[in-house]
Ligand binder design. Structure first.
Ligand SMILES: CCCCCCCCCC(=O)SCCNC(=O)CCNC(=O)[C@H](O)C(C)(C)COP(=O)(O)OP(=O)(O)OC[C@H]1O[C@@H](n2cnc3c(N)ncnc32)[C@H](O)[C@@H]1OP(=O)(O)O
Length: 153
């Protein structure tokens, strides 16, 4: 199965967190998994926060940011009855609220999931969770907005 990010159009594939065309980026890969989305990521030791073996909060935000927008694009497609191979809507983050529940460890596989909360035209609300094993480390609430097509001149 292709990752959602691997279906982004070439000009939208340079995101630092998840763009397949950004050679220096993190290449997060998100997948549709039934009625939710899922991604896995293992952070190298250099992404340490201030406490030993604690992942930097900005990296947690990055993981939720990229997984959330990919999820929003997939959920919009599902609502419209389109398969991803026909192209994806282009969604960006308008707002992202994060609760840091427990420290997320370094050099350990993390699991990020997304669930659709609601859709109102271009606006998609996504609930996000980040786990290390069974431990819930962070939750997020995202409003993603589909970019409008540029007006034809
Ligand atoms: C592109 C595909 C590839 C994506 C790669 C992965 C991306 C990874 C995630 C990111 O890092 S994205 C980068 C960070 N985000 C941004 O830089 C977005 C900056 N903001 C914008 O570009 C615009 O504000 C935005 C496109 C989100 C909306 O502008 P628009 O002019 O298209 O819409 P408008 O401002 O009219 O708002 C549309 C609706 O959303 C609502 N809205 C907008 N921002 C909101 C907000 N922050 N909170 C709540 N509601 C908001 C707004 O009230 C309105 O509601 P109604 O339709 O009901 O009237």
């Amino acid at each position: 199965m292709k990752a959602i990010q691997d279906l982004y159009a070439a000009e939208y594939a340079h995101c630092f967190g998840c763009g397949p065309r950004n050679a220096g980026g993190h290449h997060l890969k998100s997948y549709v998994d039934g009625d939710r989305t899922i991604a896995h990521f293992t952070a190298e030791a250099c992404y340490s926060g201030g406490v030993p073996n604690q992942l930097y909060g900005g990296m947690i935000a990055s993981l939720l940011d990229c997984h959330g927008t990919a999820s929003a694009a997939a959920f919009l497609n599902q609502q419209r009855g389109r398969t991803p191979e026909l192209g994806l809507p282009r969604c960006v983050t308008a707002s992202l609220r994060i609760d840091f529940k427990r420290p997320a460890p370094l050099e350990t596989q993390l699991t990020i999931t997304g669930a659709l909360q609601s859709i109102d035209r271009r606006k998609v609300w996504v609930a996000l969770h980040l786990h290390a094993g069974e431990q819930l480390c962070a939750t997020g609430e995202m409003l993603a907005i589909e970019l409008q097509e540029p007006a034809q001149s």
